[in-house]
Design a protein around this ligand. Structure first.
Ligand code: BJW
Length: 241
């Protein structure tokens, strides 16, 4: 099969080897709560200080971690793949862009962005946000929230992602448990539209049975291997333009 269009989905597991915690591992609770019970707009309305503390700490942690071999391999693929490629990450860290990935969507938002609930502007954000942060656009204090997609909110760029999944020849899911929709359903869309499907994860994900192939192990080891294989096979069989 002529392989041209690739969609890659990443989750917390791709950043685990950089030192960022996953959500649903043995320590997969959020400040003593289930992430599903806390990462909601209702939780933010109920206790904004708790939610700000959590995201401020994670934003600060970004400055102490570096992209790992999996991020770097995906950036290499982005640079060298002549066909269509879309990297969709559920992660809110900035490790993919720091590794050099360009064709990238943050479907669950970004720690490095804020969103003003008063004027609806979104903007880059560094440092703590806390409760009294001032919006750089309208100047209002206390109405800025992390630009993060919580449960019950619509992930970003879904139309674009859906089209890319329908058009793809290969869908690859890396380091995600498959517990959260709509990302957990991407494999079905790609499959129904004729794409091959591969998962790379430390353990079989919840939707593992839906993939044509599962490679079980560390992303930092398996992703560079897979990228090398793919680029080698493309070089030996150049794509028709
Ligand atoms: C390694 C590794 C290594 C470790 N190498 N691997 C009932 C049925 C279906 C859906 C719903 C339902 N009830 C409610 C819903 C919808 C809801 C949902 O999915 N709920 C589930 C709990 C069932 N979803 C939503 O509300 C979403 N919005 C929505 O659906 O809007 C409506 C809509 C309709 C139609 C189309 C489109 C939209 C929004 C979801 C927002 C999720 N937000 C969070 C938190 C914010 C971001 C943040 O703070 O960081 O996003 S939740 C959290 O989970 C975070 C993650 O991005 C997300 C996924 O987690 P991920 O990445 O999979 O992490 P883990 O920890 O679960 O897994 C890590 C994996 O890595 C593990 O498998 C490890 O083994 C592996 N691993 N080390 C390789 N070294």
């Amino acid at each position: 099969m002529d392989l041209r269009n690739i969609v890659i989905l990443t989750g917390a597991g791709v950043s685990a080897e950089s030192g960022l915690a996953t959500f649903r591992g043995p320590d997969g609770l959020w400040e003593g709560h289930k992430v599903e019970d806390v990462a909601t707009p209702e939780a933010f309305a109920r206790d904004p200080a708790l939610v700000h503390d959590f995201y401020d700490a994670r934003r600060a942690k970004l400055g102490t971690v570096e992209p790992n071999a999996a991020h770097r391999a995906l950036a290499r693929l982005d640079a060298e793949w002549a066909g269509e490629l879309l990297l969709v990450t559920q992660n809110v860290d900035d490790l993919h862009e720091r590794a050099g990935s360009k064709r990238l969507i943050h479907m669950h938002g970004a720690l490095t962005k804020g969103w003003c609930l008063r004027c609806n502007e979104r903007f880059d954000w560094a440092g703590p946000m806390g409760g009294a942060a001032e919006c750089p656009s309208c100047g209002t204090s206390g109405m800025v929230r992390p630009d993060i997609v919580w449960f019950g909110e619509m992930p970003y760029d879904m139309d674009l992602i859906d089209q890319a999944l329908r058009d793809c020849d290969l869908f690859v899911s890396i380091g995600t448990s498959g517990a959260v929709y709509p990302a957990a359903g991407f494999v079905q869309t790609a499959r129904y539209c004729g794409g091959q499907t591969l998962e790379i994860n430390l353990e079989p994900s919840l939707g593992s049975y839906m993939f044509d192939e599962s490679r079980i192990g560390r992303a930092g080891e398996l992703v560079p291997q897979w990228v090398e294989e793919l680029l080698q096979s493309a070089h030996s069989r150049p794509m028709s333009r």
